[in-house]
Design a protein. Sequence first.
Length: 688
Amino acid sequence: MGYERSGKSRQNRITVDQLISEKCNKIFSDLRIAGWLDSDVREFFSAISLLPPPMPLDELATALGWSISQVMSAASDLAPMLEIVPTHGAIFRDEPTETYVRDTYSNDTASQQAIAQRLHDAQVSSQYAAEALPGFLVAIKDGARAYALADSTRFPTLIQSDFGRRRLTLARLNAAFKLAVKDGDLDHALGITMRLAQVVAANSRGDEFIRKSPALAATLGDRDAYRRLFSDRSGWRGARDARLTIAHAFSNEMEEAEIHCGRAIDWINWNARKERDELELPHERTGPAHDDFASILFLKIVQKDFKPVDGNLHQWGRGLAIPVARQAVKLARQYECATGLSVLSELAAFAASSKSKSFVLKATLLSSKTALTSKERKLLARSVAEAKLKAEKLVTLSDDAGRDFVSAAFAALVHDGPSSAKKLLDADAQVRPTAYDYGERYGPSRAWIPFLQTCVAAWSKKRAVAIHDLLPQGVKITAAARALKKREEVKSFLAALPAVRRKGQKKAKSGTKPEGRFDSRECKEIAVGIETVLKIIEPIQASMCARVADKGVSAFLGNWASFVSKTVTRGFEEPEKMLAKTVGLGFARLLLQHAPAISDSDAVAVIDVISRPRFLLSEKAYVLSLLAAKGHLHSRAGAFAQSMVDEILQRRSDRSAWRRLRFFGRSIAGNERSRSAPILSQRIGGTG
């Protein structure tokens, strides 16, 4: 029992529905007095009750077939019921009124069909009509129109992006699927399900791309991409704020970026304090990734607040600091290209000063693919030589993390000298290529970082790389190893090495021949591989040992071209060819980035080599970015970019043609009366 505020009995109470009914009846009677026809009233209220709010008045006029002045007059007459939002349109003032109007007027079949036809006719010119029609057809349960709409290829002229068309197609297919299920039409439901899966898969790939590249999504300025980025809540709890920090910064909305940055920091700290479930496996744990940390440092770099960047990188372990610093600097460089503002030069000046304590920040900037000048990199290299290396156990870093220190050592050697290069090499575990690296036949090879480290270590001692420097990891460098000069000597030396005894293995009996560490094939591959590497780097050996301006780029590229095949005949490469490609490409990238001068003929030479088979599109794109960074090579870079686009289109066309040919062959193979079926099926890869 409740407290009765009035003396009225329950029988005399007036319900909300009765109040709304009386209010609406009064409005409708006033409309009739004003000259409205009953058919106009039913059609108008059918439209505003079924179309998605808010309804722009011009779009409402299109759906009703009225003039805009007539719709505006009607909206003003319905002011007690409707609210007009200037920038959006008409909406009901309250939900009970909307429910009453929908229940009372939305079931008029004649009005429904008239509105549906007008929306269908206005699809090309009106984006609102195209987006509202699928939901409207579901509301009026018009399956026939929905099935036809699902097959339609008519889109509003304002929708130019593939995503916008896919989004509208998805809405149409969803509407048709709902009605097919309600009607029990399983044939339509099954066909629409397959098409839905294709559209959703395409959208998910786009979402993943935008999720990984929020900077690009913001730079392109596409409203669909920005809206998808804003609504994406995938990943751990702070991932969305980290992505929006980057997007708002690239859109020059610094206040919003600061808000989301603060939220991302709070989520990261919350995750660090959270207790871990002992039964939870490491790969099942959710938490901040490197990109999330990098988004915070990136905003601080853009705001030129360098102390938190330096302090955090100095405090973190290298396993976290190196990839985060690399990604933050990469984002800062993209920001410079997108906005025309300069931020990395000031960061480099700070990192080269005594205020900076982070060894990782200095090394990352030194090796980064940015617009830093040779003078700025020289100052960074000297600050590295004077910096105190943070005490940390020297272990073999991953190729991805170790790449920065070794590449920075090469940059220091070019821009400054051996002392800073040696300091950077001391920050990483010293490794040599493995025997497996010399025998690798399938790419991409992992031998590049050990080879680069070996070469820079020798050059920083002002001597050329020798055979013993390239002997496999684990082979002891003795006087006999240092005396090696020829391929046959290397093979004999390796063949004579005894196998390493495993733990618990007994010593061989006297008189028995000990098992060799390498078999004859491995000895040959290692000897040939060492010879190949030495031949490739021969043009730059002298210039790298001496501090001269000319680094021998032209001679190196001409020499490397002779080792790279112009044709492809099988799915694997000989080990020495793989090494030639890997080592040559690695040094070509570094020389394009750090050599004092790259001529037009050098650009032509490297494009000729990189355009040959066996090079991946990602490798070509990396070289393209290096060429595009040099103002006098823009025309060459543009022509190279166009050739890459043509290659991508050709590959896509070839894959499509292959699928059609394979389907055709399978169809023929299924026909037992066709004599050509076995032959054609065999040529295109089997009958399936």
